[in-house]
Design a protein. Structure first.
Length: 315
């Protein structure tokens, strides 16, 4: 993946290029053909949390009975703001479970204010407040619905994870070659950027459970990320857009016309992702004016903007 990476974004400070982020990006047309690509969109990669909507589809197929905000939360890398945590608790309670049943990695909320309040109140890290707790609540509830054991739901050979692997291969159109463990403790399956984009096209414009999942995300964007987060803001800005960020520089988005984009920043930085995603969306046909504000990533000097992160392509 590294050898084929090309510049996707430049960081400008005071009119000079201060640094460059390389990576890969692909834009698919509504008919699934390649509209645009930089780097190698067929290199094997880890989609990280951008894979969550596909995991949610596997859960629905296995019997998970959620929709709307709850389904969006299952797909989320949420801020752990209070209303996020309320939905996680509701999913668990409906399955006769509680926060103690979660097996994801304990962590602070991504939302700085929520993290500060927890510290001020004397609380530490918990699985509940880690950004993947919605996915894990969904996994547990799926196990209850399917009659599967819950204690070992993170085992790669657990029926839920075997079913998830199958769905990832099906929706991406790319056989899963590799598996590892994600940051939250769940099994993580490999794919390619092209395959990831293909799956997001199905989420945004397909039918059945993939479309149900994508619709939940696009109509409840706050539950997918949270206050101030660019994934939420992109979906608020572009009607029908289904977008999901992932750790280590991954982003994917699908459009209601069937177009889709996916990108990977090689150095794993999240800083250039909004600018690169916005540029890719404009190549896919989105009006630049809709995403310009979300794309803006200022470079600060003494607290004021003295530059910005700009994509190397797009309108």
């Amino acid at each position: 993946m590294g050898a084929a990476a090309v510049p996707l974004a430049r960081v400008l400070r005071g009119g000079l290029v201060e640094s460059v982020h390389t990576g890969h990006v692909v834009v698919l047309a509504p008919d699934g053909s390649q509209r645009f690509a930089l780097g190698d969109p067929d290199a094997t990669m880890w989609a990280r949390s951008s894979l969550k909507p596909l995991q949610a589809v596997a859960m629905l197929r296995a019997g998970l009975d959620v929709d709307g905000a709850e389904l969006a939360l299952v797909c989320a890398s949420h801020n752990a703001e209070p209303a996020h945590l309320d939905v996680v608790r509701d999913i668990l309670a409906a399955a006769g479970l509680g926060a103690d049943d979660l097996r994801n990695t304990p962590d602070w909320p991504l939302d700085p204010d929520s993290a500060w309040r927890r510290r001020a109140d004397g609380h530490g890290t918990e699985p509940l407040t880690q950004n993947c707790s919605g996915k894990h609540a969904g996994m547990l509830a799926t196990c209850v619905a399917a009659g599967w054991p819950t204690q070992d739901y993170l085992d790669p050979e657990h029926p839920l994870q075997v079913a998830t692997r199958d769905v990832v291969g099906e929706l991406t159109g790319v056989p899963v070659e590799l598996a590892t463990v994600d940051g939250c403790g769940a099994p993580l399956f490999s794919t390619t950027l092209r395959g990831l984009a293909r799956s997001f096209a199905a989420l945004a414009s397909g039918a059945g459970l993939p479309r149900r999942t994508g619709r939940a995300m696009s109509t409840h964007p706050w539950h997918v990320a949270g206050t101030g987060r660019d994934a939420t803001r992109f979906m608020e800005a572009v009607p029908g857009l289904v977008a999901k960020d992932g750790a280590d520089g991954v982003y994917a988005a699908g459009l209601p016309d069937g177009g889709a984009v996916a990108l990977k920043i090689l150095d794993g930085s999240s800083r250039p992702r909004p600018a690169v995603l916005a540029a890719a969306l404009t190549v896919a046909g989105v009006d630049r004016a809709l995403v310009e504000a979300v794309a803006l990533t200022p470079v600060l000097g003494h607290g004021r903007a003295v530059g910005e992160v700009v994509a190397t392509f797009g309108a």
